[in-house]
Design a protein around this ligand. Structure first.
Ligand code: PMP
Length: 358
């Protein structure tokens, strides 16, 4: 049976978190600027940048909760979802003892965070068509497995993982499931956030870095049960989200989701046009189906094509060393003009063997 106490590291379970000067004081009825702040060793000069950000991120959490349709107590805000991934290891995994299981290939930071935290990282290959075999994933777990990492749509493969397989994993597994939905806004499937309350062991990752177009602000989310989020908030740095980021994200949230949705729609349209054009390019042997704002293409020699594109001033991601991605490049969808530059550059690239015949 799922029991959070069995999953959280004992030191974290009993941690007394750092209490910031300002979060200790709450006086109802008084406005923020009616107080004299002599509690946090800040400078009295250079207002308002002299003040620490709100450590509780109260307003931001409320607005995120409104948009995501969860309770503010179900939201942990991270310095990018990369911070959330690292925190998951620090909260649940005892170094050199516990392990995590993840699909392979997937987003590289899960393994990097495992390595940094000295936690065994078990990879389970996706099927050759990049679909998920939930049974195989579950077989790789043991008594020391704390977290299963899933990413849907998956990076770098671009595809959504099958809902029934995800459901099977969350319900048959008594540990934590981290489901990274960084690219869900580009897909035609709803987020799992709607079903969050049915699954006490599920942690969903969202980010403002993709469809929201706010990667520079560094803001990502863990959405989970109140019980789990409590520990994330205890372990994160007290001021992990700076004031400018808090203000800017609030500004974008106040406009609702329309702008983000319109951008996502435009990117998907451009993606489909780009894919159609690339089907006619000689050196593109295969284009993989995608539900994200990027996709994989197979070319005769990924290193060669990558370097030729760099010569033309175009940077794509070489993924040929990644499992199941032999000879693959990952292409992020840009603006119409950027995509046209890519198409033209690819049309001009001649593989060395093809050149011999010219
Ligand atoms: N998850 C996935 C699947 C990603 O591809 C990325 C970034 N490439 C992240 C998380 C990290 O996003 P953030 O900018 O929120 O740290």
């Amino acid at each position: 049976m799922y029991k959070l106490e069995k999953l959280i590291r004992p030191n974290i379970w009993k941690l007394k978190p750092y209490s910031c000067a300002r979060s200790e004081f709450v006086r109802e009825g008084k406005k923020k600027d009616e107080h004299v702040y002599l509690d946090a060793n800040e400078s009295p000069f250079n207002s308002p940048k002299n003040r620490y950000p709100d450590p509780m991120q109260k307003e931001l959490k409320e607005q995120i909760a409104r948009v995501k349709k969860v309770k503010p107590s179900q939201v942990m805000i991270g310095n990018g979802s990369d911070e959330v991934i690292d925190l998951a290891f620090r909260i649940f995994c005892e170094p050199r003892r516990d392990n995590v299981v993840a699909i392979d290939p997937t987003y590289g930071m899960y393994q990097v965070c495992a390595d940094i935290n000295d936690v065994e990282y078990r990879k389970v290959l996706l099927n050759p068509d990049f679909s998920l075999d939930g049974e195989r994933l579950l077989r790789a777990t043991d008594i020391r497995t704390k977290i299963i990492f899933l990413c849907s749509p998956n990076n770098p493969t671009g595809n959504l993982l099958d809902r029934d397989e995800i459901h099977r994993i969350i319900t048959h597994w008594e540990g934590i499931v981290v489901l990274d939905e960084a690219y869900v806004d580009f897909s035609n499937q709803p987020s799992w956030v709607k079903e969050l309350n049915q699954y006490p062991n599920l942690i969903i990752l969202h980010t403002f870095s993709k469809a929201w177009g706010l990667a520079s602000l560094r803001c990502g989310l863990a959405l989970a049960s109140e019980e789990i989020i409590h520990y994330f908030n205890n372990v994160r740095y007290p001021y992990n989200i700076n004031t400018i980021t808090q203000e800017q994200i609030l500004l974008y949230l106040s406009m609702g989701e329309d702008l983000k949705n319109a951008w996502a729609k435009k990117i998907v349209e451009e993606r489909d046009k780009l894919i159609d054009a690339l089907k006619k390019v000689d050196i593109v042997e295969r284009i993989y189906p995608t539900d994200a704002n990027f996709f994989l293409i197979k070319v005769p020699d990924a290193v060669y094509v990558h370097n030729e594109l760099i010569e033309s001033g175009i940077v794509v991601r070489d993924r040929h060393t990644v499992s199941l991605c032999d000879r693959c490049l990952r292409i992020t969808v840009g603006t119409q003009e950027e995509n046209e530059r890519l198409i033209e550059a690819l049309q001009w690239i001649k593989m060395p063997s093809m050149r011999a015949y010219l």
